[in-house]
Every structure is written in structure tokens, then in C-alpha cells.
Write a protein that binds this ligand. Sequence first.
Ligand SMILES: [Zn+2]
Ligand SMILES: [Zn+2]
Length: 266
Amino acid sequence: MLVDYHTHNYLCKHADGTIEDYIQHAVAIGLHEIGISDHSPMPDHWDGEVRMNEEQFWNEYKPAVFALQEKYKDNIKVKFGLEGDFFPGTEQWVKEFLSKNEFDYVLGSVHYLGEWGFDNPIFVHRYEEQDIDSVYELYYEHIKKSAQCRLFDIISHCDLVKKFGHRPTKNMEELLRETFKVVKDSNMAVEINTSGLRKPIKEQYPSEKILAILSELKIPLTLGSDAHTPEDVGRDFGLAKEFIEKYGNGRISLFTKRQRSEVKVS
Ligand SMILES: [Zn+2]
Ligand SMILES: [Zn+2]
């Protein structure tokens, strides 16, 4: 069984292709499930340049996913997902938004440290203005809180802060251990996200060092390409499968209506 639980589409304004294009690619490469997980709207249209707004969610995204689930039901399982944002102060809004929808799963992502969209290439210069160790500490503090808020099912790209190649000078082992213990206590899964291989860091999220910690803590794993173009669905899953074997006991998590189950990866 092989699934891709992290895909985008044109609605977020920084990805190409319709939802159907992504599904067709998933069918073509023989995936068993594809999760549609575009960026969630945020309150008051915040950061609307890189995400759909609420009207689009209700009028386009949601109906399209359900229509396509039905259309492709003999070929592939289409899951209704979302990439949510952990942004302190918006928790109540997110909680209400999620409760109005029967998602199969919600990815929990940290894309902002304060107002700084630290994974956005247009703000990359801001890494040079700060102490990288402190950026990492703040980032993992956010990951921890994103687990503690219990709004999400899966921690996505859990070491995204490395995206542009900035590495901490301090040993982060203890901080990582502490962070992922909280993730474990929150009963979440962690995604192996292959998009890092296509970014300056040229490494999947998370690193093998973190994967070893996840394995030790018996944290379940899922798989996502974070495709922003249909051809990237399932990209580098050969490598990801090796990591699932090595660090996830050969098993991946599936989600239906926010209930987790496990299957053998193949
Ligand atoms: Zn993301
Ligand atoms: Zn994403």
C-alpha cells in the first residue's frame, strides 16, 4: 500500500494544476490513496497571496474533492485533507473551522515564526539577520505547541526550518527529543515529506537523525510529496519507503474521518 497525503493545487496560488490533475497522476503511478491537502484559509484573509480564501474553500475546494472522490472511486481513494497552520492566536478560529468539516485528516504545519514566513523564498534574507540556533529553538517551540494544541493529526515537514540550508551550530539532540516526546503524547503521526529533496537543503523532512528519534519513540509515520505540480505526486517515494522500513517498522498511517489506522508499505 502506498499513499501520498500531502498535495496542493492551483487554489493556493503557488501551485500548478487542478485537483483532478493530481489525482490522475496518482492513478498513473499506481498509488492506493491520494490526500488532497491544500493550504487552509486563515482568519481575515491573512496571507491570502499564498492560500485560498474561505469562499473558495466552501465553493470550490470542498465540493471538488467530494465530486472527485466519487468520480475516481474505482481507481483510487481520494482523501479530504487540509494543511492547517499553527499560528499562535488563531487556535480558536482553526478549531471552529475544522469542526465544520469532516476532514479525513489535517496536517499541522508551522510556516510562520511571528509574522515571518520563514519558508517563503522572498523572506530568506531574514535568516542572515538572526542567530540560527535561536531560530531553531523558536521553531521547535512552535512545533511543540502545534502538537499540544491537539488540533491536527499529522506533523508535516517537521524540520522545515532547514529548508534553505541553514544549520544550527549547537547540538539540538535534547531539544528534538523533548519536542518529539510531546508529539508522541499528543498521539500524532509524523510525515516523511520528500519535498525537501527538491529544495536547497536537498534532504527529505525530517532528517535521518530525527527519524531515529521518532523510531525510538514509536511515533507513526505517513508519506507526503508536498507536490505543488502534478508530476511531483509520489516523487522520491522509493527513498521514503526505505525510511519507512528502517524507522517505521515498514508501516504507514492512513486516516479516515480523522481516525488513524496502519498498513504495511509496499
Ligand atoms: Zn507546508
Ligand atoms: Zn504543503
